[in-house]
Design a protein around this ligand. Sequence first.
Ligand code: ZN
Length: 335
Amino acid sequence: MHAPGDVRVVERDSPTIIESTDAIIRLSATCICGSDLWPYRGVEAVDDTPMGHEYVGIVEEIGDAVKTLKVGDFVVGSFVISDNTCEICRAGYQSHCVHGTFVSQIGTQSERARIPYADGTLVATPERPDPELIPSLLTASDVLGTGWFAAVAAEARPGNTVAVVGDGAVGLMGVLAAKQLGAERIIAMSRHPDRQALAREFGATDIVEERGDDGAARIKELTDGLGAHSVIEAVGTQESLMQAIRATRPGGHVGYVGVFHEDVTVPGPELFFSGVHLHGGPAPVRRFLPELIDLIWRREIDPGKVFDLVLPLEEVAEGYRAMDERRATKVLLTI
Ligand SMILES: [Zn+2]
């Protein structure tokens, strides 16, 4: 991204193995994330910054210390690099690994990428996937893994009512995850007919179009005045966070995965008296990758439906425009 609103395709040096724990992958597909729109809109600083952090591809080269992968493997990687061996990783919080770095610093809207700590970051599929599985596998790299973590953090489980704030790709994946985790009732908050339809396809039982305090009030109406057991916050604004907290019953859980804007604050007294649990942050996608790959491989879930525009990498600038103008929910880039 040369500057806000200005995405260009340029030649960069081919990546090479630097550390013995590295792998070089040739990407099969990548995509544009809602969070990529922040620098695009000038909310975050950008200056000739490589972009992209979602990726699937084929291992082309490995360092001497890489043990679990071989050249030719098809791999899915998390959007955060992790060693998967430190104490934080072993507790399931690989997105906070002591060796963690964000893949956005590498920039996987590209043909090739160097992935550090390859053993701890990448997971190989059982064999080369059918091309039709690639979009779903790509979602596991971020949006599916993030939606899944949000549902887990919100303690979605059999018998629960789960409300989902946000109808972007992550919110829709949160609906799918809540369904898989056995939630009885799933309330998607959306005012876009096409996204409502996809939410229903992924398992939503109810749609709420109201936003903010009206949205929270509607959730309470639907839950005998109590609020939902579990609320997924997949936007990241002050309004959406408060909507999530106010839609949750005392003792319930908010799983927040929408990256908070800088000015988001949590009012102390309201949090204190709400009695809700708050848990979230950058999702430890690596924790869930083996399970998600298995569900996709067995065709139990089809999260790849979230992509509604496919473009070649050369046309990435049009992909950003389409997402910025909300003409597309999620753009897949072929390579
Ligand atoms: Zn670690």
